[in-house]
Design a protein around this ligand. Structure first.
Ligand code: ASN
Length: 589
């Protein structure tokens, strides 16, 4: 082949590769780029052997990952920098294109010093939480690298500390360092990045050995196997097999219109007391002494303690009378504290709070969190401990719930399509309900949305174009529906196939009240949506479109951004006195 033909051919071929630098639709790339922050806290995953044993090594991980092709696509990184599109920092790594056509760009930040997780303390949980808070808006999801020994404690603590969470946070680590030939670190990290980058699961999760768990439900059960964690009282949120299967019905949502914030004031006067046959009164008394304020009492079976030991019960009673909060958890791996036995009822009588099916790790973290709220009085704290704050306890729904699988409509369709097995029925349900919910959002039919939700529909899932009912209601400017959806757990961070968020839709269709509500809930435009904003603003300024500019401003966009030719909207509209005044006088949100 002649040289010029070869050049043309290779240019044509390069167009058949997904080349986001060239493909844009409505200001957004057709290949969605997402940003994940990896917070490295230490743990075996990044340890190296030393004379005293394995220990974390600082400033080594990013360089090592950059040489692993499944964890860094060198060619894409070079191309992206070449086109100088999104600011891809020198320390950024990028995964090869995912099956879902997404580019996950990730950056590693290391906490100092890196720790074996046996050395972790509540102050370190605070550091992690603060780091998440500082980087929340700049990233779509988060991965926390952590040692396995106390990962269940940190995951539990962060689940409470992260209030009104709307993005995915995944803790992971490994049993063997990632630098060794045969290790579990690579697949744990890759799986965590793919989940944090591709799915909005607004929970603090833990990913290990192909399973995603709710963080406050896990416990470490094996010191040697790659399969180190178990979630005895809740099935995994997701399974990573040939494809990721997300168990959307199990995903916990904060159902709020409040913004994300972290609570770092954890009470450290808490502890775990495990009873055993023959435990002495002196030991119990010593444990419950001031300054102890909250205790997880690990009891037998369904929450039983000896009721033939008045000495012991007396000490527990004295402690609860002194306002020490005692939470009852079972020593069993599975099952819950209940009032089946007289021996269990006795504890309730001395003021001990039943902890349902919480793990001791979750119970300790919950105590530390609730007792760290100085604005609450004791009765409010005890009430809060009984409540299900982050899906840490199982709440059995009252009455039977009709599921969409049982619905006559879905069954009718299934019959028409000759579908009989459960999996196919569920596939029909999952394909139909997002479209039905989006239609209800379009027509403003709140009753239909409520009915769909009552039947178990996930109002956060998107249709074939990734558009969720919240996208549609935001376009329509239906404040009532938007409020309902947010209070039902719909995520403001969903992106459709063009990378657009509900906030972008509300801005484009100029619905100020919806924009304000979405912003209050923590919505912000993604870095991908902000790429061509300067030019868009200048064009609105040129047209004298003051409402359009106001919508962007309300959406949190800085109106001083420059367009493609380096001019700011202000420079474009020197001659429009009214817009000029607005651009000059309105403070940035
Ligand atoms: N000791 C290590 C840690 O917890 C264990 C591990 O990560 N596998 O940091």
């Amino acid at each position: 082949m002649a040289e010029p033909e070869r050049a043309v051919l290779s240019r044509l071929l390069s167009f058949t590769q997904p080349s986001p630098a060239l493909e844009t639709v409505g200001g957004c790339q057709t290949v969605a780029e997402v940003r994940v922050l990896v917070v490295n806290t230490g743990g075996t995953i990044g340890m190296i052997p030393r004379s005293e044993g394995l220990a974390p090594e600082a400033n080594k991980l990013a360089g090592a990952l950059a040489k692993i092709p499944i964890l860094h696509d060198v060619a894409y990184a070079k191309e992206t920098k070449l086109y100088s599109r999104l600011a891809l920092g020198d320390d950024s790594l990028v995964l090869p294109l995912s099956k879902e056509n997404k580019r996950i760009i990730y950056t590693i930040t290391e906490l100092s010093p890196l720790l074996d997780s046996a050395n972790m303390s509540p102050a370190d949980w605070g550091k992690i939480a603060k780091c998440l808070e500082a980087n929340y808006e700049k990233h779509d999801g988060f991965v926390i690298l952590h040692g396995t020994d106390t990962m269940a404690y940190t995951a539990s603590a962060l689940s409470f500390m992260c209030e009104n969470l709307g993005k995915t946070i995944v803790l992971t680590g490994s049993q063997v360092p990632i630098y060794e030939l045969r290790n579990d670190g690579r697949s744990n990290l890759l799986g965590s990045l793919l989940i944090a980058g591709q799915f909005v699961i607004p929970e603090v999760c833990l990913y290990f050995y192909n399973k995603l768990y709710r963080g406050n439900r896990v416990t470490k059960v094996d010191a040697e196997s790659f399969n180190a964690f178990s979630s005895p009282n809740l099935p995994p949120l997701a399974n990573a097999e040939v494809d990721f299967t997300i168990n959307w019905e199990t995903v916990w949502r904060s159902n709020t219109t409040k913004k994300f914030e972290v609570h770092t004031n954890m009470n450290s006067n808490v502890g775990i007391l495990r009873i055993f046959p023959g435990i002495t009164t002196a030991a119990v008394k010593a444990f419950l002494q001031s300054p102890m304020e909250g205790v997880v009492l690990e009891t037998y079976g369904s929450g039983n303690a000896p009721n033939n030991r008045p000495d012991l019960l007396e000490e527990l009673k004295k402690a609860t009378d002194r306002d020490v909060v005692i939470l009852n958890c079972t020593q069993c791996l599975r099952g819950a504290v209940s009032l089946v036995y007289a021996t269990g009822k006795t504890l309730l009588d001395v003021g001990v709070i039943p902890g349902a099916d919480m793990t001791p790790e979750a119970a300790l973290a919950k105590l530390s969190y609730v007792l760290g709220k100085p604005q609450l009085n004791l009765a409010e704290k005890r009430k809060m401990l009984n409540e299900n704050l982050r899906g840490e306890i199982t709440v059995i729904p009252i009455g039977t719930r009709i599921t969409l699988r049982d619905s006559k409509f879905i069954q009718g369709i299934a019959k028409y399509l000759y579908i009989s097995c459960k999996e196919e029925l569920e596939a029909v349900r999952d394909a139909l309900t997002p479209a039905l919910a989006c239609t209800a959002a379009k027509t403003g039919d709140l009753d239909a949305l409520k009915a769909l939700q009552n039947m178990g529909a996930n109002l956060s899932s998107g249709d074939y174009d990734g558009r969720t009912p919240l996208h549609v209601a935001s376009c329509e400017g239906n404040l009532e529906l938007v409020t309902y959806l947010l209070e039902s757990g719909a995520t403001v961070y969903a992106k459709d196939r063009f990378g657009a968020t509900p906030l972008m839709n509300a801005i484009k269709f100029r619905h100020p009240d919806v924009i304000s509500l979405l912003r209050k809930t923590g919505a912000h435009l993604s870095s991908q949506e902000l790429v061509n904003v300067g030019t868009e603003l200048c064009s609105l300024a040129f047209k004298g479109d003051i409402d359009g500019l106001r919508a962007w401003h309300l959406g949190g966009v800085d109106l001083n951004q420059q367009g493609y030719d380096g001019k700011s909207p202000l420079q474009v509209v020197m001659h429009h006195v009214d817009i000029y005044d607005m651009l000059l006088l309105e403070p940035n949100t």
